[in-house]
Write a protein that binds this ligand. Structure first.
Ligand SMILES: C[S@@+](CC[C@H](N)C(=O)[O-])C[C@H]1O[C@@H](n2cnc3c(N)ncnc32)[C@H](O)[C@@H]1O
Ligand SMILES: [Mg+2]
Length: 249
């Protein structure tokens, strides 16, 4: 008998996000933290993509001609700005409800995005390729991180790049990102993050390496309570982002 096909879907996780789908575009709702992350992650993505692909970040549509996959796109908080920067965007999420919300919002704003309710494994197995993959706040919610990263890696064109944002598995992250954010400040619903599923940078690096990608940049993302703003920092103990590249040979 053939082995059952491995899947990246953790049904409980996908269900939890589907149940909150109406909240995606509410800047003060359950996804407020993602809205608050947007300025820092967008400026990082814009600057890195511009550098790696030789674009002028101040141009009106610097991402023209680039094909971008936003995997685990949720309501499309990153897909829309990517499309506005000129990219051809595929937004994919395992939750059909999220994709419905994302499609409606893009239609209201007249933004063109190819939204699909699917997984990384199905896209990769269909032979899809991208210049840039955004893998933001997803790896800590999948069932099989090595498979997920491997399938995303397969879809990166030689010379292409993948951004990964997640939360480190440290005691500081347990205190700030779980106890602080879910129980004390109530920024996120309780149970959003499970400590055991958080991802250490070296684990991510190993999974990326197995997928033929090398980390070329890394940054911490930390909260500044006085400014109520997230900024880049050297501290990768809690939230962090890495940029990985697939060699062009
Ligand atoms: C925390 S949200 C991040 C949304 C978006 N990337 C952002 O940062 O604004 C995680 C998303 O990943 C999706 N997801 C979870 N497991 C997935 C999988 N195996 N394949 C694709 N999407 C998945 C969930 O449905 C959810 O929308
Ligand atoms: Mg998360």
């Amino acid at each position: 008998m053939p082995e059952p096909r491995r899947s990246t879907i953790d049904a409980g996780e996908v269900e939890r996000f589907s149940a909150l789908a109406a909240e995606w575009w509410n800047p003060n709702g359950k996804f407020r933290p993602l809205h608050k992350f947007n300025p820092v992650r967008l400026s990082y993505i814009r600057d890195q993509v511009a550098t790696r692909f030789g674009r002028d970040p101040r141009a009106a549509r610097p991402f023209e001609g680039l094909r971008i996959l936003d995997i685990g796109c949720g309501g499309g908080l990153l897909c829309e700005p990517m499309a506005r920067l000129g990219a051809e965007v595929v937004g994919a999420d395992a939750s059909e409800t999220n994709i419905e919300v994302a499609k409606l919002h893009a239609a209201e704003g007249n933004v063109s995005i190819d939204y699909r309710a699917t997984t990384a494994e199905d896209l990769a197995d269909a032979g899809e390729k991208f210049d840039v993959i955004l893998n933001m706040e997803v790896v800590e919610h999948v069932a099989d991180i090595d498979l997920f990263v491997a399938k995303c890696g397969e879809m990166v064109q030689p010379g292409g790049i993948m951004f990964v944002a997640t939360i480190n598995r440290t005691l500081k992250a347990l205190g700030l990102a779980i106890i602080g954010a879910e129980y004390v400040l109530r920024w996120l619903p309780r149970g959003t993050h499970q400590f055991g599923k958080l991802v250490r940078p070296e684990e991510l690096e190993k999974a990326l390496g197995g997928a033929g990608l090398t980390i070329i940049d890394r940054t911490g993302v930390t909260y500044n309570p006085l400014a109520d703003r997230w900024t880049r920092s050297k501290d990768m103990d809690v939230n962090y982002m890495v940029l990985a590249e697939k060699g062009s040979v």
